[in-house]
Ligand binder design. Structure first.
Ligand code: SF4
Length: 175
C-alpha cells in the first residue's frame, strides 16, 4: 500500500536560505586542500631554551615526524606555515617573535611548545613573557617542562585535524 508522503513545510514566517548552486563542489575543494595542507606542514622552529633538546628529539628518526608530513623545518618564515615557539621568550625577544610571525604567509599556525612558551612557566618575573599568546595567536598548546615527544606528536595530530577542518580560501583560477 502506497504511503502518503506529507511534504515538510517551514513554519509560517520562517525564511529558508537558498543553497548556493556550487556549494557541494566548494565543500569538496575545501576537503581536498585541507587534506593536502595537513600532510605538508613546514615548521619554523623558534628555539630559545632547553625545550630545544626535546624538539631535536622529536625531529629524530626515532619519532619520525615525516610520518605526518611535518619533518622538514624551514629556517625562513616565508617558507614556513607552522611557527613552533620552543622555550622561554623574554620581553626583549618578543618583538622579534612578533616580526617572524608577521613575515609568515597565510595560512599559518602557531604551536606553543612547553610551559614556558605557553605561560612563562615557573619564570614568573619581569623579564619573561607570560605566554606567547600575549603577542601572537596560538593554535595549540603543548604542556610539559619539557614536553615528551609523544605529547608533541599528539599536538601535531590535533593540529592536523584542525587544519583539515578549516575553511581554505581558494583563489579563482587555482583549480
Ligand atoms: S618548559 Fe622547561 S624545558 Fe622547556 S624551556 Fe621552559 S624550563 Fe626549559
Amino acid at each position: 500500500m502506497a504511503r502518503n508522503i506529507i511534504p515538510i513545510q517551514p513554519a509560517a514566517g520562517t525564511q529558508v536560505a537558498k543553497e548556493p548552486t556550487f556549494d557541494y563542489f566548494t565543500t569538496k575543494k575545501d576537503e581536498l586542500v585541507g587534506w593536502a595542507r595537513k600532510f605538508s606542514i613546514f615548521p619554523y622552529p623558534f628555539v630559545t631554551a632547553c625545550c630545544g633538546m626535546e624538539f631535536m628529539s622529536v625531529s629524530s628518526t626515532l619519532y619520525d615526524t615525516d610520518r605526518f608530513g611535518a619533518a622538514l623545518p624551514r629556517f625562513t618564515p616565508r617558507q614556513a606555515d607552522l611557527l613552533m615557539v620552543v622555550g622561554t621568550v623574554s620581553h626583549k625577544q618578543a618583538p622579534v617573535l612578533r616580526r617572524i610571525y608577521e613575515q609568515m604567509c597565510e595560512p599559518k599556525w602557531v604551536m606553543a611548545f612547553g610551559v614556558c612558551a605557553t605561560s612563562g612557566g615557573f619564570y614568573n618575573n619581569y623579564a619573561v613573557l607570560q605566554g606567547i599568546d600575549k603577542i601572537i595567536p596560538v593554535d595549540i598548546y603543548v604542556p610539559g617542562c619539557p614536553p615528551r615527544p609523544e605529547t608533541v606528536i599528539d599536538a601535531i595530530m590535533k593540529l592536523q585535524d584542525q587544519i583539515a577542518g578549516e575553511h581554505h580560501v581558494i583563489l579563482k583560477g587555482d583549480f
